[in-house]
Ligand binder design. Structure first.
Ligand SMILES: Nc1ncnc2c1ncn2[C@@H]1O[C@H](COP(=O)(O)OP(=O)(O)OP(=O)(O)O)[C@@H](O)[C@H]1O
Ligand SMILES: [Mg+2]
Length: 255
């Protein structure tokens, strides 16, 4: 970027344009180039993480097809059928990922339905990578929420994944605490990782903000988008030592 900048300034400096106009044009051009470079880098990161996430289920499908062929050759149809279920599950995962990406770019309107909080949490937990050494605790009442189930499975999935990543390979505890208020329900996701510094409490929701090498910096942005589309809020609360993410959802008028 630096060499392009100096080249541009040199060229313009040689022209006869007086005053600040040319300098302003240069600045605007530089800024557009910087923004474009940042956008391209963001798209590259997103494509890389998507390619990585899609490769796993596809590899499982390929291996499973191989196993099924062998089972069928030996006449073991019942086992072959079980393996087909595995393929079905993996295809659902890839399908969901693609739908999420599309939903994120389109910002789909919520399709609300009554959903039990605990069912939602279980579905979000199911989508975490296998083999994580996490303890789970659950406090507070079970709530019936009126929201877009798929979108909130994504919200809690993102929060759980962030917590798991923050706690690292050592394992740790994720607690979900619910509270039924008069006007709004509150759900807190608390972990025992290093936490989020108070000065980053807002920044973490900005698109492309990430401290992780392979992070796209979109997880919390998507969470906020979805929660706000439901008329709610999501924020980081101070805590020591772990992170606390609090979702507040207004009670629907018909409840
Ligand atoms: N539970 C948490 N504990 C500590 N830091 C967190 C936690 N959740 C989020 N963060 C911080 O906020 C940043 C942004 O999170 P976000 O989910 O938006 O993006 P990401 O996890 O980096 O990438 P991805 O797009 O893959 O989710 C993280 O990189 C991390 O620095
Ligand atoms: Mg994330």
């Amino acid at each position: 970027m630096a060499s392009t900048d100096s080249g541009l300034h040199g060229e313009r400096g040689g022209s006869q344009l007086p005053g600040n106009g040319a300098a302003d044009d240069d600045l605007a051009l530089d800024r557009r180039q910087l923004v474009r470079a940042a956008q391209l880098a963001a798209i590259e990161r997103l494509a890389a993480s998507l390619a990585h996430d899609l490769r796993n289920p596809l590899a499982v499908v390929r291996n499973t097809v191989y196993v099924i062929k062998r089972k069928l050759a030996k006449g073991e149809t019942t086992q072959a059928l079980e393996y087909l279920d595995l393929i079905d599950r993996e295809l659902s995962t890839t399908d969901r990922m693609i739908r999420e990406l599309v939903a994120m770019t389109r910002g789909e309107a919520p399709r609300r339905q009554p959903v039990e909080l605990d069912e939602l949490l279980a579905a979000a937990r199911d989508r975490l990578p296998a083999g994580l050494r996490i303890q789970w605790t659950r406090e507070g009442p079970g709530l019936t929420l009126h929201l877009d189930r798929d979108q909130f499975v994504q919200v809690f999935g993102n929060l759980f994944l962030n917590a798991a990543q923050a706690m690292g390979g050592e394992g740790g505890t994720i607690s979900v605490r619910s509270r039924a208020g008069d006007e709004a329900d509150e759900i807190r996701v608390i972990d025992t990782g290093p936490g989020i510094a108070p000065e980053l409490a807002e920044q973490v929701f900005e698109p492309l903000f990430t401290s992780r090498k392979s992070g796209a910096g979109l997880g919390l942005t998507i969470c906020r988008q979805i929660v706000e589309r439901h008329g709610g809020t999501i924020s980081v609360e101070p805590n020591a030592p772990g992170a606390v993410l609090c979702i507040r959802l207004p009670r629907a008028p018909f409840e």
